[in-house]
Design a protein around this ligand. Structure first.
Ligand code: NAP
Length: 320
């Protein structure tokens, strides 16, 4: 099999932690170039701008974007305009309408557009979806709590409009929720806590209804100290299914089920799954853009009551 040449744009935390190792392990892709303002990685040709890459490397026909959401659209549009297939980190953009525009452009040009949700590739998500398929869901409790100072040090874009704040991780929970629940849900109310010096929320609570009334509560917190809590508990007519560690570990009434085990690290193997899926989409010239997780986040912002919270000072930026 000839590997597809791919360029990676934005060599930050997720590119280094996940994309580069997943591409190194993939037979389907070859990391042929990077676009990085800060130098890229050893041994791979780097371009300072996407425009320079698009002009110099017509042989690279797939581009994977790991940039922050606020700058994702301009790059993805330029890549599609230049006839390249595109893969997007989550969230796929800063607004729904810009992703709709990318979808339409990809379709017009007959190119593949893949809006990824890495948490859907977590080890136990398929087993949870299968188990829930014939159950009646009575309630869902999401707890998505982590320490932004540990997981996102120095990432100022998270606190700027379009960066989502606590919804940057919470959208992972919503991507799992919309994948595994056998019924649709919609946001009914939210309370969001905004540090007075930030444009995005740091904590909150969101409620959603299903077809028969109240169904989901999400408790979200970006200042949670200790081990991160990335958990969805789904109470059904046949017991309570719990997905822990971001979807890696599944239990039903306390007994382990599914593909993951208790020692699975969150994110482990998720990006191998994403690149395998992208290869499959490319082989069929197909796109995959499911915006349901982003709709839930957008609706939480629309319906959310805004509550002032204490200023947030990133200790990393204080030190530098
Ligand atoms: P990050 O560490 O801040 O890296 C983003 C990179 O994008 C920067 O290092 C920079 O790379 C490039 N960039 C281009 N324009 C930029 C701008 N205006 N401001 C800041 N950076 C800019 O962020 P990240 O954690 O990798 O997150 C990137 C995306 O991946 C986000 O959408 C996030 O939700 C998603 N994601 C992150 C994680 C995680 O654990 N961190 C997990 C899953 C998904 P160059 O210097 O190379 O240009």
């Amino acid at each position: 099999m000839t590997a597809t040449r791919l360029a990676l744009v934005g060599i930050g935390k997720i590119a280094r932690d996940q994309h580069i190792p997943a591409l190194a392990a993939s037979d389907a892709f070859e990391l042929a170039a990077t676009v990085s303002r800060s130098g890229g990685i050893d041994g791979v040709e780097n371009f300072e701008t996407l425009e320079a890459l698009l002009a110099a490397r017509p042989d690279i026909d797939t581009i994977s974007f790991c940039t922050p959401p606020q700058v994702r659209y301009a790059g993805a549009r330029a890549a599609l305009d230049a006839g390249r297939h595109v893969m997007l980190e989550k969230p796929p953009g800063a607004s729904l309408s810009e992703v709709h525009a990318l979808q339409a452009l990809a379709q017009d040009k007959g190119l593949s557009l893949f809006a990824t949700w890495h948490s859907r590739q977590a080890a136990s998500v398929p087993a949870a979806k299968a188990w829930l398929a014939d159950k009646t869901v009575r309630s869902v409790r999401i707890q998505w709590k982590e320490d932004v100072r540990v997981w996102h040090p120095g990432q100022q874009w998270i606190w700027q409009a379009g960066g989502l704040g606590i919804f940057d991780p919470t959208i992972n929970a919503f991507s799992i929720l919309t994948e595994i629940l056998p019924v649709p849900v919609h946001v009914t109310c939210a309370e969001l806590h905004f540090p007075t010096n930030c444009e995005t929320p740091i904590a909150g609570e969101i409620r959603m209804d299903g077809p028969s009334g109240p169904l989901v509560t999400a408790e979200i917190d970006f200042l949670f100290e200790g081990d991160a809590l990335w958990r969805l508990a789904v109470e059904t007519d046949a017991g309570t299914l719990t997905l822990d560690k971001g979807g890696a570990v599944m239990t039903v009434d306390g007994a382990t089920h599914g593909g993951g085990d208790k020692d699975d690290a969150a994110i482990h193997g998720e990006y191998d799954g994403l690149y395998a899926r992208f290869a499959d989409l490319l082989a069929h010239r197909a796109s995959e853009v499911d915006l349901r997780p982003m709709v839930l986040v957008a609706d939480a912002f629309t319906l959310g009551k805004r509550i002032d919270a204490a200023e947030f000072i990133d200790p990393t930026l204080q030190e530098s």
